[in-house]
Design a binder for this molecule. Structure first.
Ligand SMILES: NC(=O)C1=CN([C@@H]2O[C@H](COP(=O)(O)OP(=O)(O)OC[C@H]3O[C@@H](n4cnc5c(N)ncnc54)[C@H](OP(=O)(O)O)[C@@H]3O)[C@@H](O)[C@H]2O)[C@H](O)CC1
Ligand SMILES: [K+]
Length: 465
């Protein structure tokens, strides 16, 4: 995993004070990384236009244009009066080496957005939005310098944002690039070295971007084993039986030795899933909430969930029910797996805070972090285009999810998978991280199209991870 930062100004400052670097050294490296990304897409017949703003983001673009000029056909477009002293200096240098400055948004093969970066502190005005719309409508490969223009430093968005194929971000990963609402605008992210290795530039952070290598699959190391060695997942069946069945399949395919659905005997059940009216004595974890329609027998469910010490995975409608407050108050190990609407209900139930789904989606990180600090024993898996796993103030961001997963039943499978890992001895936090990663990475294995994947395909795909 890699650290992620809400802002990197303090990391830049540390480079000056601790390592004796200068803003110019950092900028030259930022420009070099940007030039390198542009060069990969250029040939001698192709052209690049650098659209540069009035601050140091623009200055990075000017440096890159200077570095490429001579060998390649590059030009600068500067729609605003330059304000930053460094940008003025860079423009002077670029002009001295002969970089052409054009006075309109000319056509090119590659467009570089160096209009605004970390310094965008208020929404863009109409004129700038129009400029970005024109830029977005152009054919050609689009590269954003540091952050696509239009994403504000507080993570809110202007009405238009630059739509990049690729973002070269300076020094370290920024949280602004990882919110769900910018997933379609950032393209591939590359992190530029600013004259010092990334691990020297970075300081510890409580925010992490998950990588494939963070996935810990439940490989069976012990040879002298039986089904009991790998745990028993109990899944509470609701009136919509299919949901618990999918959770059960997810659990079984992800290594649980035994899986039992608790409730009335369902009409159809895969032969490897068991059924019981009561909690099996050897259960290691209880998964509940999926397919549970209101009203349900609250007393019976409360007894089932709270009259033992088993960890819980709670999903769907149960996360919108007052019983959740008692579950949290019980201090049992707990993983919650809400989508944003369910998380809005959780915040209202537990923090007495009415937050709309839109407000949550505008800054998922802030709400997830606040909740995880308020209930440090709970692991929150806030589902979304980029799923967030929050625990005691730490956020782990999983960006591997694909639209193929946006279907009824996907979430049920994931809850079962997390339950399976807990049954096999993972901590709730590690189970949530690896369960969420495996669920997302499976969806990437289906390469023929991204519309036909079913929850059952997710379960089957776990065989090939
Ligand atoms: N150590 C460093 O500083 C490094 C920075 N790098 C690059 O620099 C940018 C950040 O540069 P900065 O100058 O702080 O910010 P921007 O270039 O993004 O823009 C700031 C200017 O934009 C004006 N502004 C802000 N919001 C708006 C708006 N809505 N409409 C119009 N103008 C706006 C702002 O004006 P003020 O009135 O607020 O003063 C500034 O003039 C960073 O992203 C990197 O690309 C290097 O990479 C390395 C080191
Ligand atoms: K930019």
């Amino acid at each position: 995993m890699h650290y992620v930062y809400e802002e990197t100004n303090s990391l830049d400052d540390r480079c000056y004070t601790t390592f004796g670097l200068t803003p110019e050294i950092l900028m030259e490296h930022a420009g070099l990384a940007l030039a390198h990304a542009v060069k990969k897409k250029l040939t001698c017949k192709k052209s690049a236009l650098f659209v540069c703003g009035m601050g140091n983001n623009g200055a990075d673009g000017i440096v890159a244009a200077r570095l490429l000029h001579g060998a390649y056909n590059v030009s600068l477009y500067l729609p605003f009066k330059i304000k930053s002293e460094l940008a003025k200096l860079q423009l002077e240098r670029a002009k001295k080496v002969g970089v052409i400055v054009v006075d309109e948004l000319i056509d090119a093969d590659i467009y570089v957005d160096a209009l605004f970066g970390a310094g965008l502190n208020r929404p863009l005005d109409d004129l700038t939005c129009k400029l970005l719309e024109t830029l977005n409508a152009k054919q050609g490969y689009k590269i954003a310098c540091d952050i696509p223009s239009g994403i504000l430093s507080d993570l809110t968005l202007s009405s238009v944002i630059f739509q990049a194929n690729e973002t070269v971000t300076m020094g370290a990963l920024k949280l602004a690039l990882l919110n769900d609402n910018v997933k379609d605008a950032i393209g591939d992210i590359k992190v530029a070295n600013l004259g010092i290795s990334r691990n020297q530039y970075e300081t510890p952070s409580s925010l992490f971007l998950l990588h494939k290598s963070d996935l810990r699959l439940p490989f069976r190391i012990k040879k002298n084993a039986n089904k009991g060695t790998f745990g028993h997942v109990a899944i509470v069946q609701g009136s919509k039986e299919g949901a618990a069945r999918l959770a059960g399949m997810g659990a079984f395919h992800f290594g649980a030795g035994l899986v039992t659905l608790i409730g009335e005997k369902p009409k159809k059940l895969p032969i490897y899933l068991m059924n019981s009216e009561t909690l099996p004595k050897n259960a290691n974890v209880i998964v509940a909430g999926m397919g549970l329609e209101m009203p349900f027998d609250e007393v019976a469910l409360k007894t089932l969930l709270l009259s033992n010490t088993l960890p819980l995975v709670i999903d769907a409608s149960l996360s919108q029910h007052p019983l959740l407050c008692e579950i949290i108050a019980s201090q049992k190990p707990l993983v919650l797996t809400p989508h944003p609407k369910e998380f809005s209900s959780i915040l209202e139930l537990t923090c007495k805070e009415k937050v709309s789904v839109e407000a949550i989606q505008a800054n998922r990180f802030a709400y997830a972090k606040r909740f995880s600090l308020a209930f440090p024993h709970v692991v929150l898996v806030l589902k979304g285009a980029n799923t967030i796993i929050a625990h005691n103030g730490e956020l782990f961001i999983n960006t591997y999810g694909t639209p193929a997963l946006a279907k009824g039943g996907s979430g049920d499978v994931m809850s079962g998978m997390i339950g399976a890992l807990i049954a096999q001895g993972y901590t709730p936090k590690d189970a949530a991280i690896s369960g969420s990663l495996a669920h997302a990475l499976v969806s990437r294995k289906f390469t023929c199209n991204n519309f036909a994947l079913t929850p059952i395909d997710i379960c089957k795909g776990l065989k090939w991870l």
